[in-house]
Design a protein around this ligand. Structure first.
Ligand SMILES: [Zn+2]
Length: 272
């Protein structure tokens, strides 16, 4: 399967041919859209199912131990996310889809809470871990693939994208697909970094004042490596997008201007 190269002058949020390079980092370039001020980098992931040889990687002891260590750090955050979901939706015997499911811990927690978890995770090593550790079979296919196109419309009561939006090649299209598989009255949950933080703004100022020599945190906020951060939304861009795609925003939290975690957390509801 060949994919046409993407024209990065085309804004990944509003679609206007109005994006131009603004921040030239060591390893990537941040495009800024003159029409809607969206920030995104000039890399896209090659999806593993478009590159079958990637399937030979396996979960070795080093990878397993690394994942276990990360899980210890992330567990509390995932439990907080589960509590949020449970506050908005009954979970008993309810089918939930976790997009960007990682190693499956959230799916495991959903199952413990009585739900029926489904997950999408393009990285094989994570899917293998989910299978071995939690007996959870995650799908490799993203929502734009035939598997999801046929027969899953309006299936799930809950769809979650935890720390996923910033990693996606095409966040608008994936959100549209996520809403397609969401039941009428169903809830979509997501969190993602925010561009409204002081952390981000200081980095932009620093870049400008130093003529590009010192982009501070921009180097760590974006990465051209596979499955890393490709775009960062402002709160306004994200809420307007969610509403444009037909959801009502029923809860919105953001961490503070001074908070380096700078997260947006949003709950959307699909109308009945
Ligand atoms: Zn735009």
């Amino acid at each position: 399967m060949t994919t046409e190269p993407y024209d990065f002058r085309r804004c990944k949020l509003c679609g206007a041919t109005a994006a131009a390079p603004r921040y030239r980092l060591k390893t990537t370039t941040i495009q800024v859209c003159a029409a809607c001020d969206f920030h995104f980098i000039t890399q896209l992931d090659v999806m593993p199912d478009e590159e079958p040889e990637a399937e030979v990687r396996t979960l070795d002891v080093t990878a397993w131990n690394f994942i276990e260590k990360q899980l210890k750090k992330n567990r509390r955050q995932l439990e907080q996310r589960l509590a949020l979901v449970a506050r908005h939706a009954p979970l008993k015997d309810v089918e939930c889809l976790d997009i960007g499911a990682g190693v499956g811990l959230f799916g495991h927690l959903l199952r413990e809470a009585g739900a029926i978890p489904f997950g999408i995770e393009p990285q094989l090593v994570f899917r293998q871990f989910a299978e071995e550790k939690y007996s959870l079979s995650l799908r490799a296919e993203t929502l734009d693939r035939p598997f999801w196109r046929e027969g899953h419309a309006e299936r799930f009561a809950v769809v979650t994208l935890w720390d996923t939006l910033e990693h996606l090649n095409f966040p608008v299209e994936t959100l549209r697909d996520a809403i397609r598989v969401l039941q009428p009255g169903g809830r979509l949950f997501l969190d993602t970094p925010s561009r409204d933080s002081l952390y981000y703004k200081i980095s932009e100022w620093s870049y400008r004042l130093s003529n590009g020599a010192n982009p501070l945190f921009l180097n760590s906020l974006y990465s051209p490596k596979p499955f890393r951060h490709k775009q960062i939304f402002t709160v306004r861009q994200l809420t307007e997008l969610i509403q444009r795609l037909g959801l009502e925003v029923v809860e919105l939290n953001r961490s503070g201007f001074f908070d380096s975690s700078n997260k947006i957390m949003l709950v959307g509801k699909k109308s009945r």
